[in-house]
Structure formats: structure tokens, C-alpha cells
Design a protein around this ligand. Sequence first.
Ligand code: NAP
Ligand code: GLV
Length: 306
Amino acid sequence: MSIALVIPDRKLEQLQQKLQQQLPGVDIQIWPDIHQPEAVDFAVVWRQPAQSLATFSNLKALQSFGAGVDSILCDSSLPDVPLARIVDPDLTKSMLNYLHGVLLHYQLRFDQFALQQQTQQWKARSPRKIQQLCVLGLGELGKAAVMYFQQLGFQLCGWSATAKQIAGVHCYAGEAEFAQAVAEADLVICLLPLTAHTENLLNDQRLSQFKPGAILVNVARGAIVDDLALLQHLDNGQLSAACLDVFRTEPLPAEHPFWQHKAIKLTPHISAVTNADTAVLQIAENYQRVQAGLPMLNLVDKQRGY
Ligand code: NAP
Ligand code: GLV
């Protein structure tokens, strides 16, 4: 029995060592150098190439190396075994730090002062009024975000697929309540998974439902936003700014207009990177559960897509 690490374009020796410390005696192989594919019964995956798991004829379970699983589920040759995701307080903390930084950036008008600096303009302005926040997606990260910002004194509302109750937060659910969820928000944070239902969800029609002058922060997946519609709404002033950590194509192609847009701040998908030190503990636990015939922790509903 062995574990395969199928995470392309990444140096995996350290992850292999850390996992080995948790699971002494277990054979851990790094794809594509799999010497005995039939011995692999557990694979840790992230953006695996199609067919890369096909030779693992005795595979029992898959473990995503991140929170999102869209890049795993899009593989049409994905073996029909349970899939678990990472749920890690350390990942959540990174996301909250990032979001707090972004919020302060806009509240203190650092975006506008950076533009002023380019033309040596000395013009003082009072902080932007950011009072109401809306979080799209109230799962592991979205729920943590609403609770975090609520504690800081912001007014919060959230939107999810099924109805939720979170004390002090206006929770909306389903397509019919989207417009209400975003209508009064000064800043909207997208923390939805990318699924067939959320692809291009933030299109022309839905961006028109945002409060005029709102700011969009997308830390979920790029394909949830219609790029052209976002550019149009930034150009016509419906949105005043967007902070994007994720993109339809990553790395963002050199010719993409997002790079040069004055109202867009972008970061290279770093808002919450999986911490190998903490992730290996869950990976090892899930591996042991599979060996003991127990269900893994943090299972993904593959039909639903998250
Ligand atoms: P999660 O626990 O799976 O929660 C997803 C939430 O989205 C749930 O509240 C779900 O509603 C809601 N949702 C799903 N489909 C919906 C729809 N069609 N309409 C309305 N709401 C919908 O996800 P998470 O752990 O919070 O993470 C969210 C996403 O963040 C991940 O999928 C990943 O893509 C992204 N992410 C990005 C980074 C980064 O570094 N940029 C890091 C980690 C994660 P219900 O609760 O009603 O089902
Ligand atoms: C990162 O994007 C993740 O989904 O964990």
C-alpha cells in the first residue's frame, strides 16, 4: 500500500518528508515517478493532469491538497472514490489576514493615493466609508470571514446555496435572494466554490445589482467572474474597484487587460496557500482512517462540486 503525491509543477520532497514523519513505514511516491502504480491506494492531488490517476487500479481515496476541488473534479478520468479537502485553521487565518489587509487598503484609500503619487498630487481625503460587507459563500472560509468582520464592527450579510442562520448577520440564500444580498454592500467578498452553477455567476446582470460604487474582492476562483463584464462595470463606475487574487487562466496572461487597469489590484493566488506543516496532519489522519475502513474527514460532495 502506498501514497502517491500528484501535484505537478511543485517541489514535493519536503511534503514527502513531512508526511513520512507522520506515517513512518508507509511508501510515499511522487508522481510521475510511480514505481508501483497498483500499490497506490491513496493519492494527494492538486491540479492533476487528466489520466494521471488512471493506472492506480487499487485506489481507495483522494485527498485534495487545498480547499477548492474544481481543478480535481474537472478531470473526466477521475476515479470513482471518495475525495476529501483541506479544512485548516491556518488556511482560514491566512485568508482573514488577506481580506483584512484588502479592506484597510481601500478604507484608507491607498488605491487612490497610489494613483495620486504617480502625478505628484498632494490631496488629502478622509477614509472611504465601508460599513456593510457581503460575503458570497458561507462555508468554511465565508462563515469565518463574516464572523471576523462582524467582530470588527462592520455590518455583515452573506449569501449561500441553502439558508443559514448566523447571529447578527443577514443571511440570504439562492438565486432569488442574490440581489438583496449585494444591494447595500460597500464591499463584496467572493468565497464561492467554482461549480457549474457558479461559473460566470458574477456577470453583467448580477454586477448591475451591486450597490453603485461597490468594491469586489474575488479570492475564490477566477471563472466565477465574467472578466469583460467586470471591466465594463469598473469603467462605467458601477464598481469603484476590484481586488483579484484568482483568475480564469493562471498565471494571468501578459496581454490580459486586468494587469493595466487602474481600478484593479491583483495578487498571484496567494490569499490562503495550504501550509504543508498543518496539512500533513490531516492528510495522515485521513490516510489512517481509510486504512481503518472509516470515512475520511472533510469529505467533498462530488455531485455538488464542493
Ligand atoms: P465551502 O466550505 O465548500 O463553502 C462553499 C459555500 O459556497 C457554501 O456556503 C455554499 O452554500 C456556497 N455555495 C456553493 N454553491 C453556491 C451557489 N450556487 N449559490 C450560492 N452559494 C453557493 O468552501 P470554502 O472552504 O469556504 O472555500 C470557498 C472557495 O474559496 C474554495 O472553493 C476555493 O475555490 C477558494 N479558495 C481560494 C483560496 C485562495 O488562495 N485564493 C484558498 C482557499 C480557498 P451551502 O453552504 O448552502 O452549501
Ligand atoms: C486554494 O486556492 C485552495 O483552494 O486551497
